[in-house]
Write a protein that binds this ligand. Structure first.
Ligand SMILES: N[C@@H](CCC(=O)N[C@@H](CS)C(=O)NCC(=O)O)C(=O)O
Length: 311
């Protein structure tokens, strides 16, 4: 086994070294709740590719298994998902779905438009704020804060000790803040709240663009389902979890119909809904309650509601 390149920035796409010796062609390291993991699970399901599943808990679902020494050997950046093909790692979910879809040509449609929308829905870079104008996935990751804080409520503070070894100091800092401050980190005019409002404005533009794009199309690429639809499926599902779907699809008929089509896919049920867990439903219930009772969260949801009414 060759030692991997320690330069984290180069961990994109398929690498030329093996990180394990599984006897399985495909191995997926993933998490029940992570949107990027959902994306790859849905893609493998759509392609009917069997894979060996390695579930990795993240702090919000139970514990930070992504910071274990074993997992850091698989991915030194400590994120999921990681897809292994014959033990060669492929990093970044948008690259992983492109890679697997090429193994079964013709099943999932592809062209330049699909590539563009796949990228537009992705989560790219360490600091998501840097890419909110370009990537809807980045906007959603910023918008996640209230749900994230809700999920962390039940996680013991002692589990955060491991965060000292998180390779991204940026992420480690924010995760600890969410735990320590909860919704207080989200008070009126606090930097986190301002960032989330900006992310919402950009997210709304991305959804409006998609509504326009779907004027004469069933799927993003036209008649056939594609990897871009998978990317947007997980985004639609996340905004539903965040209780903001109505603010984004409002009276956009194309988006409403598209959302129904996405939810009717077998892969949506098998690779997203069937992975729902107690940690996810407890977090969502907590968020629903915070939206009614927590002053800061009420105020934030009012702000984005006003934003959603603006042209
Ligand atoms: N750009 C990466 C993002 C990966 C990522 O940020 N994954 C999150 C879950 S969606 C994660 O592993 N978070 C755990 C952590 O940073 O500690 C991709 O698309 O795969």
């Amino acid at each position: 086994m060759k030692k991997k390149n320690p330069n984290k920035d180069t961990l994109i796409g398929k690498q030329n070294y093996k990180v394990s010796n599984f006897n399985h062609e495909w191995v997926l390291f993933h998490n029940e709740f992570s949107i990027c993991s959902r994306k790859v699970r849905v893609c493998l399901e759509e392609l009917s590719i069997n894979y060996y599943s390695q579930h990795i808990h993240l702090i919000e679902t139970k514990d930070c298994e992504n910071l274990s020494n074993d997992f850091l050997k698989i991915n030194p950046t400590a994120t999921v998902p990681v897809l292994l093909h014959e033990n060669y790692p492929i990093y970044e979910s948008h690259e992983q779905i492109k890679y697997v879809s090429e193994f079964k040509p013709g099943v999932l449609y592809n062209d330049e438009i699909v590539e563009k929308w796949n990228e537009k829905g992705s989560l790219v870079g360490d600091d998501p704020m840097n890419g909110i104008r370009d990537y809807a996935g980045n906007c959603i990751s910023i918008m996640m804060q209230p749900l994230f804080a809700a999920m962390l409520k039940k996680v013991s503070i002692f589990k955060f000790i491991k965060y000292f070894k998180h390779p991204s100091k940026f992420r480690a800092f924010f995760f600890v803040i969410f735990k320590l401050m909860g919704n207080r980190a989200f008070g009126k005019n606090a930097p986190n709240q301002r960032a989330a409002v900006r992310a919402f404005k950009c997210l709304k533009v991305h959804f409006d663009d998609l509504n326009h794009h779907l004027n004469d199309r069933i799927w993003i690429g036209g008649e056939k389902f594609s990897i871009a639809d998978i990317t947007w499926m997980v985004l639609f599902h996340r905004v539903e979890e965040l209780q903001i779907i109505d603010l984004l699809i409002g009276n956009h008929e194309n988006l409403k119909e598209y959302h129904k089509r996405l939810k009717n896919r077998e892969s949506y049920k098998k690779s997203i809904l069937e992975f729902n867990s107690e940690a996810i439903s407890n977090g969502i219930n907590q968020l629903k309650s915070d939206i009614k009772t927590s002053k800061n969260i009420i105020q934030f949801y009012q702000l984005i509601q006003e934003e959603s009414k603006m042209a």
